[in-house]
Every structure is written in C-alpha cells, then in structure tokens.
Design a binder for this molecule. Sequence first.
Ligand code: ZN
Length: 238
Amino acid sequence: MNKEAIKKQYELIKEYHNKYLTGYGIKLPELVSNGKYVKDALVLIKLSEGYPNTKILSKEELTKFMHEFYPDTRDVQQARHLSMQKGWYIASGTRGDAKIPSGSYKLITLEKPYPAFCRDRREGFKGNFDAIKKAYNYRCATCGSKEGEEHFFRKGVIVQLQEGHMNPAYPLKEGNIIPQCQVCNRPDRNKWVYDKTGRVISVAVSQDGARIVKEFLKNATPILRMEIFEFLKSLIAK
Ligand SMILES: [Zn+2]
C-alpha cells in the first residue's frame, strides 16, 4: 500500500467512525504520530481494505504488512486489543467470534462496536442519571439512538432516554443503570413469549429465540451447561 492509499483508507475509517462509533466511546487512533504511522491505525487500515467486503487476515499477514513500516515487529497484537479493549468490531478466530480460522482476524463492520465492548459499562457509574446519560453521549446504550433526535430504526419516533436495567436481577440503582431509548427499554417481541400481563414466560420459536438460547448457553458456566445437558437428555429419553 502506498502513502496515498493509506491516507485514503484512513479517511474512510474516519468518516465511519465519526458517523457511527464516537458515541460508544471508541477512539480513532491518529494516523501519524512523531513522524511515524501509528500501529493501531495501520492495522485498521489493513483490515478495512476493500470495505465493506473485508478479508480474513492471518496474524502473519498483518505482521508482514506492519514490517513495511516497523521492520522490527515480530508479533502484531493490535488486532486483538482493538476489539476487546478499544471497541472496534474485529472478529478473532482464536476467540471464536466468527467462523474464521484460529489466529485470524476480520473487520466485521465500522458501523457498530465490538459486541462485548462498552467503555462506560466496564468502568461503572457514579452520579445521577444526567451524568450517566452524559457518559453515553446522550445515546441509548443498546441501539445508539440519540436523545431528542429521530430514532435510528423507528421512523418518526423522537428518542427519550429512560433508566434501563443493566441486570434485571438487581434493583434499578447506581451501578445497574444504563440509558435506553423507549424502544429498547422494552423486552424484544421477537425473542420472548409473554403471558397476558406482558411477562416473559418462554423463548419464542424464532431465529431470535434460538439465538438468545445459544447466547445464554455460551455465557453459562460449565456446571450450568452440564446441568442443562443432563436435563435435555432426560427430556429426550422420555
Ligand atoms: Zn435504543
């Protein structure tokens, strides 16, 4: 990649970043610092080549690219840190994020943060709801819609931020509050089965429902998984 191509690719990332990612607390690395290209920026540039049709790149390929600018580089760790710690949505094969080989990376999108990332949630909250909203740039923690503006996917709906539970098992108080828009601060109808009073009683028979069960199992402890496994076996045996 020549200087021009690097500059052009960086500008593209910058445009998406401004539009979609700043609200999540994701920082755009500078392109140049002290007269040298910034490593994080280089890795983003390489991974976003051909965006939105990005390629799967192995660590070796990233290292090779980095070598052009940093001949001493042995092992490029930037791709890993850019997702988990910095919020860029880069899938890692090692982490099992997507069906890509172990040791490989793929930039999924520049329009959403890495799913497990939320700077503010990780840091926890102090202060009243106004302070919390400010920490989220006055955006819904779930969908990113901005307070007082039209909702991202509900045309004509003006966003009002509400105090949402982070974990519904705990009370709605400091440390367990996220700002959510009026659309997200309601259980999603595609995922759950409700009783007459609007309570969730089961998982919906739908792709969303199946996905949510799989997500739960992925996040469950091994002991809980074993218990569920035994339970399912007993159901099948009947
Ligand atoms: Zn929302």
